[in-house]
Structures are given as C-alpha cells and as structure tokens.
Design a binder for this molecule. Structure first.
Ligand code: ADP
Ligand code: MG
Length: 315
C-alpha cells in the first residue's frame, strides 16, 4: 500500500544478553511455535527433556493456536465446542477474566473481532476503515464469561505466552531442572540462577533500536516480560500502528509508552500486566503495579525516559 512501510513483524527482540558463561553441559530446545521463536536452555545435559519438550510445545500449540482449525481455542471461537475441553485452557480463560478486572478493562481478551481487522502479520498491513473498527468494537464485551459465552471472539495473544511458559516451567521443575532459561520471543522466564549460583542477566531492549539493549536486570527464579510498540507494527502516513490495542477505541493504544517490562514470579501475571500497562499508560500503570506485591515494572516512554516502579532493581 502506498505510504505504508512495514517496520517489523513477529520477530521479538532477543532479550538475553550474555546470560551465562557457558556451562559444561547444555540442553537446548529451539523452534518456531506460537508464531514466535522459542528458545529453551537448560544448564545440564538432559536427553529426556530434549525429546519430550518439543512434544509439550506442540500440544500447547494445539490448545492455543488462534488459526489452526484443530486447536481448542479455534474450535471454541467457532462454537465447534461449547466450553473449554482442557483444564489448561479453562485456567487461562479464568486468568484472562481476572486480569481484565484487575486492569479496569485495559486488557480484554474478547477483543478478537477488533484485532482480526489489524493484520500485523501480513507483508502489507493496512489501517482498517473506521466503520469496520466501530462495528467490531461493539463485539467486545466487558466482564464477559469467557468459559460459557460463545458469541465472543477470543484473542489470547496478551496472555497465552505467559500461560505456555508457566506450563513449560512446571514441566521442567517436575523434571528436577534447577537452572534454565525459557525464552518465548522475549517472554523470558528463568529457573534458578546460573549453574555457578549467580543470577542470570536479562537485557531489556531499546524500543527504538532492534537488538540494542537499554539496560539489564539480574534475576533468579523470575519472569522478565516486555510488551512494546516495536514488536508487531507498521507505519502508515508517518504514524506508527502497533499491536497493543485500546479496547475503548479499537485503535493502537496511545499511552505515550514505547514499552513496559514486568518482573515477577508468575509468567501469566507478567504477560498480562505488560500488555495492560501499555494501554493504561505510565501513571495508571505504575499505580496498579504498586498495589501488587512482588511485582515490579519499568516503563519506557516515547523519548526513552525510564520510569521504574519503587522496587525495580537498580542497574
Ligand atoms: P506479544 O505477544 O507480542 O509479546 P503482548 O503480550 O503485549 O505482545 O500481547 C499483544 C497481543 O494481545 C496482540 O497481538 C493482540 O493479539 C492482543 N491484544 C492487543 N491489545 C489487547 C488488549 N487491550 N487486551 C487484550 N488483548 C490484546
Ligand atoms: Mg502480554
């Protein structure tokens, strides 16, 4: 389309920065799942995980894929099933409902009708016409019951990677893994610390410069999840359109933020709140984070000013 420049697509920046001095034994599982690059590194030799983990990832894709007709989410969205079949999806839908309430509606997984109009995945994404956006906006429901309401078009993009990394972490912990990094396209969850006991170093990307790290955090047993305007976006007539949508308007959130990084122990919370805070903006977002125990955030605005929450670790 004329005047339109695609800036970036599904590739989310590599968040890890010199995360570990090479341990003697490493097990790596890589692949493209959930429309993103997945990289899971264990600091031990583990043949069983190497074989079983890809199977777990594929089974999770069969739950969460929005596009595979055989996936549970797809079948739910197309009313081919009346309610979730797996405990996994049921739990995630409940969590999405919980974070909708907690965020005062900034997060709303019934946004599917609107997000479908914004196709950030294609080579020539376009701004949808306002009549379509307004019509789709009417399909978003506030406080809906995702478990039973089959009129909804559910989009779990804001929370699925969190739920998946939660499941992967559980599996690895069950296998007795004590040092690992789970990286789902920038959704980073670490188990333990480095084999030598020191924390992992995770880099937070400069929202303006791909592959440039703005600052780092040292973490053990923690999630570092960033949502940013730079992840899936395009430019049209000098304006940046990104994939985090304001459920009130149906258009990309204009909160003045470039990215929000959440640090906490729960991958679902980190994923949900990073997206929600992008919509809420700095003041409301920071106020929300301050009400939650053991959850910290770093807000970066359009001029690259950084606003950490009160307990965010110093550089
Ligand atoms: P990413 O998946 O790129 O890491 P996020 O976790 O921030 O990014 O989730 C963004 C995705 O969530 C969008 O691609 C879209 O599918 C969905 N989404 C966008 N805005 C909202 C919103 N306000 N509430 C719920 N889901 C949203
Ligand atoms: Mg998210």
């Amino acid at each position: 389309m004329v005047g339109m420049k695609k800036l970036c697509f599904c590739l989310i920046p590599i968040l890890l920065l010199c995360s570990c001095s090479r341990a003697a034994q490493i097990t790596e599982v890589n692949g493209f799942y959930f429309d993103t690059y997945v990289n899971i590194t264990l600091y031990e030799d583990n043949v069983s995980v190497k074989t079983e983990l890809p199977k777990l990832l594929s089974s999770l894709e069969l739950i969460y894929s929005p596009t595979l007709p055989e996936s549970e989410l797809y079948r739910l969205n197309h009313a081919l099933i009346r309610k979730p079949e797996s405990e996994e999806l049921r739990k995630t839908l409940e969590e999405a409902m919980y974070y909708e309430v907690l965020s005062g509606g900034a997060l709303n997984a019934s946004i599917g009708s609107v997000s479908a109009l914004w196709d950030f995945h294609t080579d020539s994404p376009a701004v949808p016409d306002s009549a379509s956006v307004n019509a789709a906006l009417k399909q978003i429901k506030k406080g809906a019951d995702y478990l039973s309401d089959r009129e909804l078009s559910l989009d779990l993009g804001c929370i699925a990677k969190g739920a998946i990394s939660f499941r992967v972490r559980d599996y690895l912990l069950d296998q007795g893994v004590s040092s690992a990094i789970i990286d789902l396209g920038g959704n980073v969850v670490v188990i333990g610390g480095k084999p030598d006991g020191r924390p992992f170093t995770v880099g937070i990307q400069d929202p303006l410069a791909k592959d440039k790290v703005l600052r780092t955090v040292q973490v053990k047993d923690c999630c570092v999840v960033t949502s940013g305007t730079y992840e899936r976006c395009f430019e049209a007539d000098g304006k940046l359109y990104h994939h985090i949508l304001d459920p009130q308007t149906g258009y990309p959130a204009e909160s003045g933020l470039s990215s929000v990084t959440i640090l906490c122990a729960d991958p679902v919370m980190a994923d949900a709140l990073s997206t929600a805070c992008m919509v809420l903006g700095k003041e409301e977002g920071l106020a929300l984070i301050e009400t939650i125990d053991d959850c910290e955030a770093l807000f970066i605005d359009g001029d690259m000013n950084m606003y950490p929450s009160s307990g965010f670790p110093p550089q």
